[in-house]
Structure formats: C-alpha cells, structure tokens
Design a binder for this molecule. Structure first.
Ligand SMILES: NC(=O)c1ccc[n+]([C@@H]2O[C@H](COP(=O)([O-])OP(=O)(O)OC[C@H]3O[C@@H](n4cnc5c(N)ncnc54)[C@H](OP(=O)(O)O)[C@@H]3O)[C@@H](O)[C@H]2O)c1
Length: 235
C-alpha cells in the first residue's frame, strides 16, 4: 500500500542527481510533488520519469543564490497550496577546490547563501503551517565531508546546516513536525563526480525512510543513507 497518498512534497534540486531519486521514491508512495530546478526546462527528465505515477506534479524554478527568487518560489507554492507536508531541502552546490588560504569571503558567501540561507528561508516559509497542521517532515541534505580543507566553504555550509536542523527540530518538538539531516554518502552525480563510491540509487531506501517516520519518530538527528541501506540489507 502507498504510504504517502494525499501528501505534498517540495523537493529542491529534483531536476537530476539525488533529488531526482527522492522525487521518484516519494511518487512511488503516492505523494504529490513540487519539483524544482534552477530553470523549469531542467526538470524535463524528472517529469518524464514521473509520468507513470498517478500523482499531481508541479514544477517551480528558482535560483537559490537569490533571496528574491526563493521568495517567488514560496509565493507560487502558497498561491496554489495552503501547505506542504514534506520539505526536502536537497539542492546544493560544491565549492571550488582550492587551498584553504586562497578562499575569498565571497566563496563562503556564495556557498552559505545556496546551501544554508536558502534552506532557512524555505523552512521559515513552510514550517509554521506544518506545525499548525500537526504534521510535517523537513529533511535537510547534509554531507559527511571531513578533513577536506580544500572544500572548506562547502563543509562549513553543511556544518551550519546541521546546527540549524537541530535548532529547528528542538523548536518543533512534539508538534508532529520532524526535522532531520540526511547524509547520502559519496554518490556518482554531477556533484559527487564519477569516482564516487556508490551509485545514486543507493540513497534509497534511506532517503525515503526519513519521510515515512511516524510523528513520534526521530527528530534533530543526523542520519546516513548508506548506514540505513546496510542495516536493511543485513536483516
Ligand atoms: N553526490 C554526493 O556524493 C553527495 C555527497 C554528500 C552530500 N551531497 C548532497 O546531496 C545533495 C544533492 O547533490 P547531488 O549530488 O544530487 O547534486 P547535483 O547532481 O549536482 O544536483 C544538484 C541539484 O541542485 C540544483 N541546484 C544546483 N545549484 C542550484 C542553485 N544555485 N539554485 C537552485 N538549484 C540549484 C540543481 O538544479 P539544476 O539542474 O537546475 O542545476 C540540481 O537539481 C546536495 O545537498 C549535496 O550537497 C551529495
């Protein structure tokens, strides 16, 4: 039986990569979707893959480096829907790869805007209605990156995202809104590159599991999709 029938999810960065996998997994559970890319036409492949499912799919575009674009996304969603049930903050960029001494503050600014401030803006826009409705799942895509000073702006953005996730989870404790971080693992995507350890499909079933938690499920947690997959395979 489908487990998310009638629910509505916004998945940022679902035009390709991990976000596309997440959109597909949610669709298989009967979840209506709002898919997103920087431009609407970037989502054509995802739209094609979603055709077999009996769900409603909206497409929004928005450049997460722009606060105005993010506000437009929010306004468009709110004009059509009085709430969303699942907010999957998946979109992000990698930083340039260079010596930690050579990063400019502008490098950090850009990574923080796209990978962190956009998530804060979207959570502030959508989480209060989830709270009032007594149901919501917010999943922020993080990273297990460590000891890579050559990618420091990216690592810093994800560390700060984890902290924000914990704070928001605490704020929403016992309201029916769960807020968690998911580390997908190192996956072969445009961001992960061809040398990554695992195929993009291995983000499942972990990525879906966080959306399926019951209201008394984990919140404020940092969870690993690869660990979830291994533990399920071992059963
Ligand atoms: N792949 C890995 O090994 C890995 C490891 C750890 C964590 N992660 C995290 O997993 C998430 C997804 O990564 P991925 O590997 O699937 O990346 P990806 O293949 O590069 O896809 C990135 C997605 O984000 C969107 N996006 C990128 N820049 C954007 C911007 N400025 N404004 C709006 N949307 C933007 C892209 O939309 P367009 O198609 O329109 O560009 C695309 O849908 C990210 O949060 C990443 O940090 C990935």
């Amino acid at each position: 039986m489908e487990k998310l029938t009638g629910k509505l999810a916004l998945v940022t960065g679902s035009s390709r990569g991990i976000g596309q996998q997440i959109a597909l997994a949610l669709a298989k559970e009967g979840c209506h979707l709002i898919i997103h890319g920087r431009k609407k036409d970037h989502t054509s492949k995802t739209l094609e893959l979603l055709k077999p499912f009996n769900i409603d799919v909206d497409v929004i575009e928005g450049e997460l480096s722009s606060k105005e674009d993010i506000q437009k996304m929010v306004d468009q969603v709110k004009a059509k829907h009085n709430r969303i049930d699942i907010l999957y903050n998946n979109a992000a960029i990698q930083s340039p790869n260079k010596s930690i001494w050579d990063f400019k503050i502008e490098d950090f600014d850009r990574l923080l805007q796209i990978n962190l401030y956009s998530v804060i803006q979207l959570c502030q826009a959508f989480a209060p209605a989830m709270r009032d409705n007594g149901y919501g799942r917010i999943i922020n895509m993080t990273s297990g990156i460590k000891d890579q000073p050559n990618l420091s702006p990216y690592a810093v953005s994800k560390a700060a995202l984890d902290k924000f996730t914990q704070d928001l989870a605490f704020e929403l404790k016992d309201t029916g809104v769960l807020v968690n971080s998911l580390d997908p693992g190192w996956l072969k995507t445009d961001l992960g590159g061809p040398d990554a350890w695992d195929e993009v499909e291995t983000v499942q079933p972990g990525a879906l599991q966080l959306a399926l938690f019951d209201n008394d499920g984990p919140t404020g947690q940092w969870l690993s999709a690869q660990e979830i997959r291994k533990s399920i395979n071992e059963k």
